[in-house]
Design a protein around this ligand. Sequence first.
Ligand SMILES: NC(=O)c1ccc[n+]([C@@H]2O[C@H](COP(=O)([O-])OP(=O)(O)OC[C@H]3O[C@@H](n4cnc5c(N)ncnc54)[C@H](OP(=O)(O)O)[C@@H]3O)[C@@H](O)[C@H]2O)c1
Length: 250
Amino acid sequence: MRPPGPGEGVAWITGASSGIGLALAEAHVAHGWTVAVTARRVEELEALSLRFPGRVLVAPADITDPAAVRAALAPLPPIARAILNAGTYERDTADTFTAARLARQVDLNLIGTAHCLEAIMPTMIAARSGQIGLVSSLAGLAGLPGSASYSATKAGLIALAESLRFDLRQHGVGISAICPGFVKSPLTAKNTFPMPFLMEADAAAKAIMRGLDADRFLIAFPEGLARPLRILRSLPYGVFFPLIARGTRG
Ligand SMILES: NC(=O)c1ccc[n+]([C@@H]2O[C@H](COP(=O)([O-])OP(=O)(O)OC[C@H]3O[C@@H](n4cnc5c(N)ncnc54)[C@H](OP(=O)(O)O)[C@@H]3O)[C@@H](O)[C@H]2O)c1
């Protein structure tokens, strides 16, 4: 399927006030797109719009509120590409696991993303064009130590993208599951454990744009982490568990 280009509508990026989302907005502007940016911190979004006059449409919303998402989208021009990136990570293990922590991450990472999806899919389906990227994580490809709740939400996003892809292809709409490894951002700045292959947000944004421009379904990077993880994932659990445990011991 031919992915949309900058002349065919705006790129809508959620979670664009910092980290990967901010870098994605900058990269899209650099490639000729007009971007619509959503997050809760309006002043961060406005600062971005001042840097790129006329190229950044500020559309603030808390994506856990479906009415706020609809209100933010209402004044925007047609969306050609939506990158649903807003999300959070709270570390947990079997010792610290609580349903409340899982619910907070489900509310934002899964249900918040679903509010965005339900707001844009009908228009894209009717227009028989458009492209959607769901920002999951390498931690969504497998349940990794220290991310029980987070992995559950990010695996859910991959399953959501896989299932929707069957239908969306019939309607001429593209969808991708985006699985970054460790990326420098306010989210990872609080991590105290080793983060192999830690990359800059700009490099992550470029990898995501390359994947979307090529209409790849799974956009998983960096290669040095994504490839071994995908191989391990396909092995029997008798091999998977000890190798992952050894590889993640900090
Ligand atoms: N950094 C990594 O290593 C890494 C790896 C894999 C996947 N990811 C995923 O990449 C995405 C971006 O993460 P990041 O590392 O760039 O973290 P970040 O800098 O903390 O960015 C998170 C973004 O989400 C927005 N957000 C949070 N709650 C929101 C809400 N209720 N409504 C609307 N926007 C909300 C934040 O803006 P406001 O606070 O202004 O609302 C912010 O713009 C997340 O989905 C994360 O899980 C990150």
